[in-house]
Ligand binder design. Structure first.
Ligand code: NAG
Ligand code: NAG
Ligand code: NAG
Length: 509
């Protein structure tokens, strides 16, 4: 949608209290329409090899030469960034056709383009694979953003920088889609790494990783390092890349302890959030609000998404502690970028964000923290004289999502065999020598409810929501009727950026 590129320049005063002296200075801030786009290009980095063992803790570590998986072979097997998604190269069919596949822990189908589409360079041609078998079933999947339809088939897949061997897996061959493939992406398919319950058309379609574990005999664990922290999401910067380690965790990718939180239910990777802090300040909401109607860890979501109430409380707390009084609401809702003169990095004006997760000892918690560098995200390609940033947090109507914005700070271990998710400091989440994330614990969980997951709340809540919606609909009808009857006297405020014109991508969900 075209809209005038009117730029408003905001000058505002920042009050800083340093001991008894109080000084004021102003920083020119420009608010831009949140319009920008990406393209991509990258190289795979080669890897070394080492073998696998178990450390008795259920975790597989790279030290036993008699093992079957070489984790170092998989280091740097991902390309991409949080805006375009992280993807891995796979070879599909016989002879193998190379495709880039988006890594998504928030869905459970393995689906690849099987027909041309304007935004992809190539696709899986099922007719050219001797081993492809169609099942004749159709399948359709909706994501928060985008959807696709296709047919279910079976074929062999191998992963050049993954565990050795060819796996026979279910493939959804995408024949048509809408809003799924976007300009600038460099992937042609999606690898849903969540549980069978989310598989379409039903849970009998065994997900990719289940097949890998079954057929190659590797441990039922994978771990994910995404290296885009603090990097600009733009076409001019190199894509960051990362690692998907299948079969365990690779110690060289993280520092310190791995903190574990239980997987509450095996569909999405659902976890329990106990507390949120902005700076040192506890938001102090009922902990069920944080998990309304679920809290999940999803690599296919770009931003940190928060339930509306929580989002509003976070924005309020950031506004209060950021010393920035007069921030445009367009920045918070993602329709505008905030720009400063080049070199004026705004991060010192913003607080850290901390999420407390239930520990495996359920009377304790641990805390993952991201610095403002991770959620006030640089966007280039807007204007040569300015540095522009977007807010890496958005509001959500379907639960809290720990997306790439947060995951990029951590090495995340999806330990399905012990039904837990591990978080450790990622060794690539640093800007220069400054670590962009922190992890700490244990903390007592005595101050929060024994169950914050909101599982008991869900049913009554749905009723409240449906009655509220009905009431709202009724009200809207009444208003519409009144408008029809009464002459319109005032035009609404114009010039405001509406949702429709927002081009800020919350790829993928
Ligand atoms: C994205 O960038 C390309 C070239 O860099 C440009 O042609 C295209 O119009 C841009 N799209 C949007 C939506 O800005
Ligand atoms: C895969 O097989 C090759 C040849 O047998 C072997 O050299 C290599 O170590 C194996 N790689 C992995 C990741 O296990
Ligand atoms: C769990 O945490 C509680 C509270 O900190 C502590 O008293 C207890 O010993 C812990 N239990 C285990 C098994 O470590």
């Amino acid at each position: 949608m075209a809209h005038s590129a009117s730029v408003s320049i905001w000058a505002f005063a920042l009050g800083l209290c340093l001991g008894v002296s109080e000084c004021y200075f102003s920083i020119p801030l420009k608010i831009y329409p949140g319009k920008y786009n990406f393209s991509s290009a990258a190289d795979l980095t080669p890897a070394r090899r080492v073998a696998l063992t178990s450390d008795g803790n259920g975790l597989s570590l790279a030290s036993d030469p008699s093992g079957t998986v070489n984790f170092l072979d998989m280091v740097n097997n991902l390309q991409g960034d949080s805006g375009r998604g992280y993807y891995i190269e796979m070879s599909i069919g016989t002879p193998g056709q190379k495709l880039n596949i988006l890594v998504d822990t928030g869905s459970s189908n393995f689906a690849v383009a099987a027909a041309p589409h304007p935004f992809i360079t190539h696709f899986f041609n099922t007719a050219l694979s001797d081993s492809y078998l169609s099942t004749g079933r159709t399948v359709a999947v909706r994501y928060t953003q985008g959807n696709w339809e296709g047919e279910l088939g079976v074929d062999g897949v191998s992963i050049p920088n993954g565990p050795n061997g060819t796996i026979i897996i279910n493939i959804a061959a995408i024949l048509s889609s809408e809003g799924f493939f976007l300009p600038g992406i460099n992937w042609q398919g999606i690898l849903g790494l969540a549980y069978p319950m989310l598989a379409r058309p039903d849970s009998s379609v065994e997900p990719f990783f289940n097949s890998v574990v079954q057929q190659l005999g590797i441990p039922d664990i994978f771990s994910l390092q995404m290296c885009g922290a603090g990097l600009s999401a733009s076409s001019t910067s190199d894509p960051a890349g990362g690692s998907l380690i299948m079969g365990g965790a690779e110690p060289s990718l993280y520092r310190g302890t791995v903190w574990y939180t239980p997987i509450l239910e095996e569909w999405y990777y659902q976890v329990e959030v106990l507390k949120l802090e902005v700076g040192d300040q506890n938001l102090d909401l009922d902990c069920r609000e944080y998990n309304m109607d679920k809290a999940i860890v999803d690599s296919g979501t770009t931003l940190l998404r928060l339930p509306v109430n929580v989002f509003n409380a976070v924005v309020e707390a950031i506004t209060r502690s950021s010393l920035i009084q007069d921030f445009s609401s367009g920045f918070w809702d993602g329709t505008k970028l905030a720009c400063w003169m080049k070199g004026e990095t705004p991060w010192r004006f913003f607080p850290k964000l901390s999420i407390y997760l239930r520990a495996t000892n359920t009377s304790q918690s641990f805390r993952i923290t991201i610095l403002p560098q991770m959620y006030i995200q640089p966007i280039t390609d807007v204007d040569g004289t300015l540095d522009c940033f977007r807010f890496g947090v958005s509001s959500s109507a379907n639960g809290l999502v720990i997306g790439a914005t947060v995951m990029e700070g951590f090495y995340v271990v999806f330990d399905r065999s012990q039904r837990r998710l591990g978080f450790a400091l990622s060794n690539c989440a640093a800007s220069g020598s400054v670590a962009l994330s922190e992890i700490a614990g244990p903390f007592s969980a005595a101050d929060v409810a024994a169950d914050c997951s909101g599982r008991t709340l869900r049913e009554p809540l749905l009723w409240v929501i449906s009655y509220t919606l009905m009431a709202v609909c009724g009200l809207v009808l009444v208003v519409l009727l009144l408008l029809l009857v009464l002459p319109c006297r005032r035009r609404g405020r114009s010039g405001e950026i509406t949702d429709e014109s927002s081009l800020v991508r919350h790829r993928i969900k």
